[in-house]
Design a protein around this ligand. Structure first.
Ligand SMILES: Nc1ncnc2c1ncn2[C@@H]1O[C@H](COP(=O)(O)OP(=O)(O)OP(=O)(O)O)[C@@H](O)[C@H]1O
Length: 308
């Protein structure tokens, strides 16, 4: 495995079967593949969202990106800028990965584990606590912290240290949290990203996707989409297929649907409006884009009325 500050992280033709012990078999007797011929390249400082239905292979891929390799893995992994050591990974259930009794202890354990120099220890603990907004809760036991605060402590511990972490993986880190706590975790991940950390963000929540965000969509262990979120929701040229009837000779299949996920209401509406000729590409994703799209449609209506 090669390593270099500016080299991309690269997985090539990675295939993973069930673990050697207890290999999972499909009903027809074939060995169950958790990932199939997966190619992924991640550049330094990128934000990559991984989406997909339950069991599609998101966590398997996320763990491999973090450097935690399964027993039966074929293909190549070049960690590049991510370095030789495993990257920090934050999981869905914060309590499952917390060793300490309080945020301060948790961060201290993580620093000890990573071999941080003793003379910098206290300052690094305080910096990590402050970055996560947990300075006032440093010595509170987990029971008195919300799920979001526990998750923030897990991220703070995973990323504590003098060095900026090149890559951090968050595997459905917000799925157990309410909106306020989710926003807090997202704020911390965004702050890490602004400092140049590459963030791999596994999520089931499609409302977390921004139009230009890179989205890798998984289905049955394969990548069915690797492109931006707008293309993921609405499809691109690559997703145009022959239509069912002569009225619609061509139709665009949303990669979101191809991944076996339900298209959220607003994107479904946008596709329908495009089909009716009332909305053009690029179709809206954000609230601001929807506002502009509504204005455009209002103008179109007024023009129609004037022509008549
Ligand atoms: N240790 C394991 N040994 C064998 N098979 C496994 C193991 N872990 C996961 N699998 C199987 O691999 C497939 C992919 O699982 P994975 O956890 O990566 O999916 P996921 O998309 O993250 O799912 P979820 O959203 O439910 O967490 C699933 O069919 C799962 O049953």
């Amino acid at each position: 495995m090669a390593s270099g500050d500016n080299e991309p992280f690269a997985l090539r033709a990675v295939t993973v079967y069930g673990d050697v012990i207890g290999i999972a078999r499909e009903h027809d007797g074939d060995v169950h593949a958790r990932l199939l011929e997966v190619d992924v390249t991640i550049s330094p400082g990128e934000w990559v969202a991984i989406v997909g239905a339950n069991g599609s292979g998101k966590s398997t891929l996320a763990r491999i990106v973090a450097g935690l390799y399964p027993d039966v893995m074929y293909g190549e992994a070049e960690r590049g800028f991510a370095g030789h050591r495993a990257s920090p990974i934050v999981l869905q259930q914060p309590r499952a990965q917390l060793f300490g009794e309080t945020p301060r202890e948790e961060i201290a354990f993580a620093l000890e584990w990573s071999g941080a120099p003793a003379e910098q220890f206290d300052a690094l603990v305080e910096r990590a606590l402050a970055g996560a907004g947990l300075s006032g809760l440093r010595d509170e036991p987990w029971e008195s912290l919300s799920g979001g605060q526990q998750q923030l402590a897990a991220i703070a511990a995973a990323t504590a240290g003098a060095e900026r972490k090149p890559l951090v993986v968050l595997d459905e880190a917000t799925s157990m949290l309410d909106d306020r706590n989710r926003d807090e975790v997202m704020r911390l991940a965004t702050a890490l990203h602004r400092q140049g950390t590459a963030v791999v963000w596994v999520t089931q929540r499609l409302d977390e996707l921004l139009p230009d965000m890179r989205v890798i969509a998984m289905k049955d262990g394969r990548i069915v989409h690797d492109g931006n979120a707008r293309e993921f929701l609405y499809g691109s040229r690559a997703d145009v297929v022959a239509g069912a009837d002569s009225d619609a000779p061509f139709t665009t299949i949303s990669p979101c649907l191809r991944a076996g996920l339900r298209l959220p209401y607003m994107p479904s509406l946008a596709l329908e409006l495009r089909r009716l000729g009332r909305l053009d590409d690029p179709l809206p994703v954000t609230a601001d884009e929807w506002r502009m799209a509504r204005e455009r449609m209002g103008d179109m209506k007024r023009d129609d009325a004037t022509i008549r």
